[in-house]
Design a protein around this ligand. Sequence first.
Ligand SMILES: [Cu+2]
Length: 381
Amino acid sequence: MTVFLVIIVLALLAVTGWQISKIFQLSQGSDADTSQIANDKDNRINGILMLAFVIFLYVISIFCFWEYGRFYLPEAASEHGSQYDTLMFVSIALIMVVQVITQGLLHFFAYKYKGEKTKKALFYADNDKLEFIWTIIPVIVLAGLIIYGLFTWSDIMNVSEEDDPMIVELYAYQFDWRARYAGEDNTLGKANVRFIEGVNQLGVDESDSYAMDDKVVTELHLPVNKPVLFKFRSQDVLHSAYFPFFRAQMNVVPGMITQFGFTPTITSEEMRESEYMVDKMRSVNEERKERNKELMAQGEPTLDPYEFEYFLLCNKICGQAHYNMQMKIVVESEEDFNKWLEEQPTFGSTIESKKKDSKPANENNESQESDAVAVADNKQN
Ligand SMILES: [Cu+2]
C-alpha cells in the first residue's frame, strides 16, 4: 500500500513539474523560437550526435573484441571443424567490413549534409547505372556466400558409409544423457519407449539379437581419428546435443532418430596441454582459489581444482534442470578406447544378471518386491 501511495505522489509531482514548465514557457514572451520546425542549431546538434553515435559504436566494438576475445573456443577438435570455422570467419569478416564502411558513411553524411538555412537540396530523380551496381554487387556476394555455405553444409552432414563409422547412440532424457555402443556387429539393437522397464532404461528390444552386445554407458569415450556416427533419440521432450569443441550440434527429437557424424582429431590429453587450455585452467583455478578463501571462512566445502574435459551439453531449454544436462567426453588413443570398452558390460549380460536377481523373488510371492517388472508380473497373475 505504501509503495502504491509513493507511486501516486511521484506521478502527481511529475505532472506538476510538467505544468509549471509549460507556464514558464508561455511567460517567455514572443521573441523565443517556439516553432516546431528544426532550425540551424537543432540540425547542428543532431548532426554531431549522429557522428558521436557511430564513433561510440566503433569504440565499443573494438573494446569488446579486445576484452572478450579470449572467450572464443579453441581450435576445433574434429575433422570438419576447421571448414566450419573458416565459413564462420569468412561470413563475419565480410559482414564486418561492409558494416564498418556503410555505417561510417551513413553517419558521416548525416553530419556533413545537415540542414542549413542557406543550403538547398538537389533534386535527383534516379540513376539506373548506380542502382544496377548496388544491386548486382550484393547479389553476387550473397550468392557466393550461400553456395559456399551449402557446399560446406553437405560436406559436413553427409556421412559416407565407405568410412565405416562407429555407430553410437546418444539418448537424451530429463535431465541426463546415456550413450549406447553398437558392439561387435556395429549395429544398434531396436529400441522403443514401450520397452523401458527397470534396468532397461533406454527401452532396448530384448528380443532383437543385435541388441545383446550393445553397451549402455554414462560417459562417452571416442577413439581419436576414427569417424563416429551418432544416432540421437529422446525419451521425453526436445533436446539438443551440443559438442562445442567438435563444432557439432543436432536436435534430439522424441519419436524420431536424428544423426550427425564427425571424426575427433585431438585427444583430451592433447587439448589439456594446449596453450589455450593451460591458460584457461590457470585463470579458472586462480578464481577458484579466491572463492575457496571465502568458502573456507564461511565453513563451507571448497571447490576442486579445475581440469579440462570435453563435454556434451543440452542446448534446448528442456526443463528446470536443463542447465545440469551434460556428459563427459573422453577422446583417447584406439588402444585405450578398446580397453575401456571391453570393461563395460553388454546389454545382454545386464539383463541376464537382473533376471537372475529377481528370479527367487518371482518364485516366492511372499517376499517384498521393489522391481517394477516383478510387480507387473504379479498383477497379471
Ligand atoms: Cu535437454
